[in-house]
Design a protein around this ligand. Structure first.
Ligand SMILES: Cc1ncc(COP(=O)(O)O)c(C=O)c1O
Length: 373
């Protein structure tokens, strides 16, 4: 129940243990096509250039920045936690001039902030935000910021590492030009691949660059020859990871995306109600709280790290610590993918209430469980 990796279905683990085929084997090539098709369904896009980059979510971030940004390009990046800051760092390493749009951790990036920043940038090439900030539990609405980016003539990049398959992510409807995700959150697959998708506009920008993409490994112009119809060897695809993603995507679509979103919402609301009964509010901005990552306020006088330690040692429950300015102030409780269940909500509430009671903070478990139900 941490901020990822989430629990993985037995059939995904079983898929990973199957015998290997080569990365150009017809069976694997067929599987690649199925993965691309299923990713399009999960991203809600018709983008041809949709595939899993080899590497974790950060590889997806680097893929998007490295392909879309050239030295001297201007980028406007929203920062409301760890991952927006990481994106700004990556964009700068690509040689871009970055305008940072910052907001206090736990709050969303407001469209007005992006509009104000865009007014000060002469020729923005890229506007980027993190949809679901895993470090704070805030979900920034996308559409207004996407419109601002396009009105300014920029491409729009979205980080969906934590949001994908846990809440609505609508790439085509929101006119997202570039998007990356990770496998280990709401897709409930082990970490190791970064699903990405580029719109025709973004692909055009990547193919008509003045300079070569500085990363050979992540150059979409080279990767397209392997993941497209030519099947030219680029690097050896991580075969077993792709087996796992194939099975994880099959499970997501078998459940039905909308049903999966609703499950995440319901379990979040149950946890939130139970926590409220224990007097523990969610710390992120009201109205924009993630369903898959709950930032639980640590009450005064309670040792954040000691509670986390006991949860793991005695109850076999892992939760995350707060990061940066939220260190010691929140627990990050993940309800992602397979982990998002009523049973886990109740197990967490029960364990937490017991630990808090032992620490001298009166906590009514029966009331919490009733509120959650
Ligand atoms: C929102 C977000 N973006 C990017 C990343 C980086 O992904 P990874 O750790 O898989 O490289 C994470 C990881 O937690 C994340 O939560």
């Amino acid at each position: 129940m941490g901020p990822g990796p989430s629990n993985v279905a037995p059939s995904v683990l079983e898929a990973m243990s199957r015998g290997l085929v080569g990365h150009l084997d017809p069976v694997f090539v067929k599987m690649m096509e199925e993965i691309k098709a299923m990713l399009r369904q999960v991203f809600l896009t018709t983008n041809e250039m949709t595939f899993p980059v080899s590497g974790t979510g950060s590889a997806g971030m680097e893929f998007c920045c490295a392909n879309l940004l050239e030295p001297g390009d201007e980028a406007v990046i929203g920062i409301n936690g760890v991952f927006g800051a990481r994106m700004a760092e990556v964009a700068e390493r690509c040689g871009a001039k970055v305008t940072r749009v910052e907001t206090p951790w736990g709050r969303i990036i407001e469209p007005q902030q992006i509009a104000d920043a865009l007014r000060k940038v002469s020729r923005p090439k890229l506007v980027a935000i993190v949809h679901a900030e895993t470090s704070t539990g805030a979900l920034t609405p996308v559409e207004a910021i996407s419109n601002l980016a396009h009105d300014a003539g920029a491409l729009f990049l979205l980080d969906t590492v934590t949001s994908l398959a846990g809440c609505p992510v609508r790439i085509d409807e929101w006119q997202v030009d570039a998007v990356y995700s990770g496998t280990q959150k709401c897709l409930s697959c082990p970490p190791g691949l970064a699903p990405v998708s580029l719109s025709p506009r973004a692909l055009d920008a990547a193919t008509r660059r003045k300079s070569k993409v500085q990363s050979w490994y992540l150059d979409v112009n080279l990767l397209a020859a392997y993941w497209g119809q030519d099947r030219v060897y680029h690097h050896t695809a991580p075969i077993s990871m792709n087996y796992a993603l194939h099975e994880a995507l099959r499970l997501v679509l078998d459940e039905d995306l909308e049903h999966r979103w609703r499950r995440h919402e319901q379990n979040h609301l149950a946890l939130k109600a139970g926590l409220k009964a224990l007097g523990l509010p969610i710390a992120s901005q009201e109205g924009h709280q993630l369903w898959q990552l709950n930032a639980v306020t640590v009450p005064d006088g309670i040792d954040e790290a000691a509670v986390r330690k006991r949860l793991l040692a005695e109850f076999n429950i892992e939760v995350g610590a707060g990061l940066g300015p939220l260190k010691g102030k929140i627990w990050r409780v993940g309800l992602m993918g397979e982990t998002s269940s009523k049973a886990n909500v109740n197990a967490f509430l029960s364990a937490l209430a017991q630990i808090l009671n032992d620490s001298g903070r009166k906590s009514d478990l029966a009331a919490a469980l009733e509120a959650a139900a």
